[in-house]
Design a protein around this ligand. Structure first.
Ligand code: SAM
Length: 241
């Protein structure tokens, strides 16, 4: 990251900022999404939109067993999905990640464990939410440590937006849950304000911080990184009406 990316907020150290790797711009992400097919070695754990039939998504094309679906947006290296997949075998978890290097890394973890309830879609989540995920098809949507896009002119790339909430409300079934965590207080305040404006979401008490018992016992890799730096984590949860 260049110095131009440093946030105006002096309380956020450059070391923290560097962890948000925002190399892919919109055009690159779309190109990846359009052109790429998953290398065969990680099928069926990692797939792209090019590997799937045209929209909308039929979960049966990804998961061998029909069971409730939860979606994670921006899965990174997949720690959330690994723990969730192990702890909740009766739920199908779909991660969406447009950085294929990270997505493949996540998928190798799923492959090692022979998961049949965890899959990673290498794609731009905005396209997946708008065109692929069907109305009322998910019981939860998770978004953890979304890129903050510090530069003013890049703010429109933030995944958590009004449109994100419109799509989340459509995709979640009634009483479905939306989970959002971040280490960026300013972004957290924006998330709270945007969600408060959407009448489809009711705020629920935020989950409490748990002590980790081992190095994999964190919600996500970013949570581990930030907590080890002693930084606060902002957590929120809403229920779809
Ligand atoms: C800061 S990382 C957090 C990763 C993970 N959630 C964690 O907590 O460890 C944000 C991730 O979101 C991904 N991402 C950002 N925008 C995305 C989009 N539009 N579609 C899919 N993935 C996206 C990035 O590539 C990156 O891996």
């Amino acid at each position: 990251m260049t110095t131009n990316d440093t946030p105006p907020d002096a309380t956020i150290s450059p070391a923290v900022d560097e962890d948000h790797d925002e190399d892919l711009d919109d055009e690159q992400a779309e190109a990846l999404t359009r052109d790429s097919r998953a290398p065969r070695d990680l099928l069926p754990y990692f797939q792209t939109l090019g590997d799937l039939p045209p929209a909308p998504l039929n979960p049966a094309d990804l998961f061998p067993v029909s069971q409730p679906l939860e979606v994670e947006i921006g899965s990174g290296r997949g720690l959330f999905l690994v723990n969730a997949g192990l702890n909740c075998p009766t739920i199908n978890f779909l991660g969406v990640e447009y950085d294929f290097k990270e997505g493949r890394r996540a998928a190798r973890r799923f492959q090692k464990r022979n998961f049949n309830n965890v899959r990673l879609l290498g794609a731009d989540a905005r396209i997946v939410m708008r065109d692929y995920l069907q109305t009322g098809s998910a019981q939860a949507i998770h978004v953890y440590f979304p890129d903050p896009w510090w530069k003013r002119r890049h703010k429109k790339r933030r995944i958590y937006s009004e449109e994100f909430l419109v799509q989340a409300a459509r995709i979640l079934h009634p009483q479905g849950l939306l989970h959002a965590w971040t280490d960026v207080e300013e972004y957290f305040q924006v998330m709270l304000a945007l969600t408060a404006k959407n009448p489809e979401f009711i705020p629920l008490p935020a989950p409490a911080e748990r002590s980790a018992t081992h190095d994999m016992d964190y919600h996500t890799s970013f949570e581990r990184k930030k907590r080890k730096l002693g930084l606060p984590i902002y957590r929120a949860r809403w229920q779809r009406r």
